[in-house]
Design a binder for this molecule. Sequence first.
Ligand SMILES: NC(=O)c1ccc[n+]([C@@H]2O[C@H](COP(=O)([O-])OP(=O)(O)OC[C@H]3O[C@@H](n4cnc5c(N)ncnc54)[C@H](O)[C@@H]3O)[C@@H](O)[C@H]2O)c1
Length: 335
Amino acid sequence: MKRVLVIGSGGIGRRHLRGYLATGRARLSIVEPDAERRSEASAMFDLERGYADLAEVDLPAHDLAVICAPAHLHVPLMLACAAARLPFMVEKPLAVTMDGVDEALAAVTAAGILARVGYIRRIAPELLALRQRIADGDIGALRLAYVNSSQEFPKYRPDFQRTYYARPEMGGGAILDAASHAFDMLIWLMGRPVQVGAMYDRLVLEGTDTEDTCLVNIRFESGAMANLTINQFQKPNTNRSDFIGTKGNLTLEHSVLSYSTDDSGKPVETRDYMDGLVPTEAHQARFTIQANAMLDALEGKPCHLATLEDARLNLKVALAAKRSWTERKIITVDN
Ligand SMILES: NC(=O)c1ccc[n+]([C@@H]2O[C@H](COP(=O)([O-])OP(=O)(O)OC[C@H]3O[C@@H](n4cnc5c(N)ncnc54)[C@H](O)[C@@H]3O)[C@@H](O)[C@H]2O)c1
């Protein structure tokens, strides 16, 4: 059994707690400064210990940390793990500015520890299948992607005005919070982004200082391009990505992957990767798959989860999107 320390037991911390417990391979403790949340989590889960502060924890006595505090705290928490040579998974986004990011990555490299980032979609069977089909050349050369990820966010996160989401300096908003997942998918499938142009605004949601809408265009090193649209207020739940190649299209709509090679309007192939599953259960199950992937990686097995370097590039795209609109220009993403 590995000793796993979950740092932050809010919305995502609890998903990880459930996920690691379901592996049957981990004994869990939490760090949670909010006393009410700490006792709630202790009542919900079979925990070894519940700490109020990281300073109380004997970090080297653990095998893995899962950093689930808001993103503006990720850099100091990663540095604490590196100093204790404690492997970790950090939730997305990596941080909210570049301040301290390179120092944290250098400390992790110097410590020689495993570190990955919680871009959960890398676990999704439909995304793995899509990636494989692109790699197999089924759509020829991938040249363009259109992504629309839009839904009524307050319905899924009723406390959104009271969480980090409402505050840009804590990592909230459509770009740092929601688009971050799509940026990871695009970086994973299309490679290194080199230029970013964007518009964004808070069009509808009340009680936040963050944008609820963004329109982002990305050009990649290969010359391919992507267009990403997000709004967080529309009633339908849209999650559609079209990957357009020289020989055909692959379209991912939620968990349904379809493959089209002509203008008949009928895909030659369609498969729902969640067919027969309850979506909420299937989503939670992915946190168990992710937890097993981290525990396997600790044992030296290969791991395709997002690296800190992937997440650093992702953050650069997000910050470039923000700058693009405030400065009204296309931003070059440097190294
Ligand atoms: N991978 C995903 O699908 C996904 C989904 C939601 C959130 N997230 C990410 O997870 C992070 C947290 O999001 P959330 O929705 O759980 O937020 P949340 O506000 O629900 O929970 C954050 C928790 O961290 C605690 N905390 C604050 N300071 C802390 C500290 N110094 N040490 C330990 N705990 C501390 C808070 O008390 C709170 O309980 C964010 O970076 C967010 O972007 C990822």
